[in-house]
Design a protein around this ligand. Structure first.
Ligand SMILES: Nc1ncnc2c1ncn2[C@@H]1O[C@H](COP(=O)(O)OP(=O)(O)OP(=O)(O)O)[C@@H](O)[C@H]1O
Ligand SMILES: [Mg+2]
Length: 330
């Protein structure tokens, strides 16, 4: 395997006037777990689909294990397993049958097919559900079955487009375990997209943050935190109508607040406790009701907020269009 599992060079995708992916360059090292983090519509799926050769780039190129995807799609695709954003298991078939069909599609010889199916079921911890119909599976089990499917032809690279969106925390953790295992034991390079900060933070060796089609940050989770140069943050939540007053108090306390959907956040420069004390006094004087006030280490969420002025995911649930998209997905 070459040094880089995937090389993306100046990748651009335009849909009419919309530039969905805007000059993205990115190298995924062999053996790493890479998380592409971004909000709805950021360009994650478009990027993944170009890596897969399902979408033709407007310009730029993609190499998979050194092979140019546009020039040699068949060869490049041999090395990729894909778990798409939509669930595609066949509900009327059993887990094993789902895998059989896929194995045949990938021209796995009949003599090896059974072994491949067992290997994949084992990996995804679905052995005991081998003969159960996929339609009866929970969301998390379906995702695991899809992941197993993607690994049937033993690819070197696994691409997953939002593998845990819509899953509860137990199922999400289970998928994380599976991905770690695949990465470690099978030495599979993983490129995954996500809207979940904690997912990128916990799972990925490196994170790329994508917003409006542009790659705006790249590095290990620790590097990203350092990059924004914050030691701690002061955060206060209040009713939406009260946020301007809270922000005003932050300013008077010598802080530089940002106001995403439901809170006021500011990097704490200088003496933390002094500023916090001053802020508390000002807030109490202004008689505004603050639900919660805290000081914490920066998270990837804070990095994103600092870079874009918005949150990756809407925390309030007020943006119903977004909530609906998420709920309707699977
Ligand atoms: N086939 C298409 N034709 C026109 N516009 C498209 C097409 N596919 C995607 N887009 C637009 O390109 C932008 C990027 O979409 P993309 O699906 O890549 O985002 P995403 O980061 O995967 O978002 P999500 O988290 O919702 O899946 C969006 O504005 C989307 O509406
Ligand atoms: Mg998408």
């Amino acid at each position: 395997m070459s040094e880089y599992a995937i090389q993306i060079e100046n990748l651009v995708k335009k849909f009419g006037d919309l530039t969905a992916v805007n000059n993205v360059s990115l190298n995924i090292k062999s053996g790493e777990i890479f998380g592409l983090l971004g909000p709805n519509g950021a360009g994650k799926s478009t990027t993944i689909n170009m890596i897969l050769g399902l979408l033709t780039p407007t310009s730029g190129r993609v190499l998979v294990d050194g092979v140019n995807m546009q020039q040699h799609p068949e060869k490049a695709r041999q090395e990729i397993g894909i778990v798409t954003q939509e669930t595609v298991v066949e509900p009327e078939l059993t887990a094993a049958q789902n895998l059989m069909i896929f194995g045949k599609l990938y021209h796995i010889p009949a003599s090896e097919l059974k072994k491949s199916v067992d290997f994949a079921l084992d990996l995804a911890d679905l052995n005991s559900f081998k003969d159960a119909y996929a339609g009866t599976f929970s969301g998390g089990m379906k995702r695991r079955l899809e992941t197993a499917k993607a690994l049937m032809h033993t690819p070197k690279v696994l691409l997953l487009d939002e593998p845990t969106t819509g899953l509860d925390i137990q199922n999400r953790t289970k998928i994380w375990g599976l991905l770690r295992k695949i990465n470690k034991e099978q030495n599979v390079t993983i490129l995954m997209t996500t809207q979940y900060l904690e997912e990128a933070d916990q799972l990925a060796n490196r994170i790329g943050i994508i917003d409006h089609g542009r790659l705006i940050a790249l590095g290990t989770p620790a590097e990203l935190r350092q990059k924004i140069g914050m030691s701690t943050l002061i955060e206060a939540s209040a009713d939406k109508d009260d946020l301007p007053k809270v922000a005003q108090a932050f300013k008077k306390a010598g802080l530089e607040p940002q106001v995403p959907s439901n809170k006021v956040v500011a990097p704490n420069t200088g003496k933390a406790v002094d500023k916090l004390e001053k802020l508390m006094r000002l807030l109490s004087e202004s008689k505004v009701v603050v639900h919660n006030i805290s000081m914490h280490e920066p998270t990837i969420d804070d990095v994103f907020l600092k870079l874009t002025g918005s949150e990756v995911r809407d925390q309030t649930g007020e943006d119903t269009s977004r909530t609906r998209v998420l709920m309707g997905r699977r």
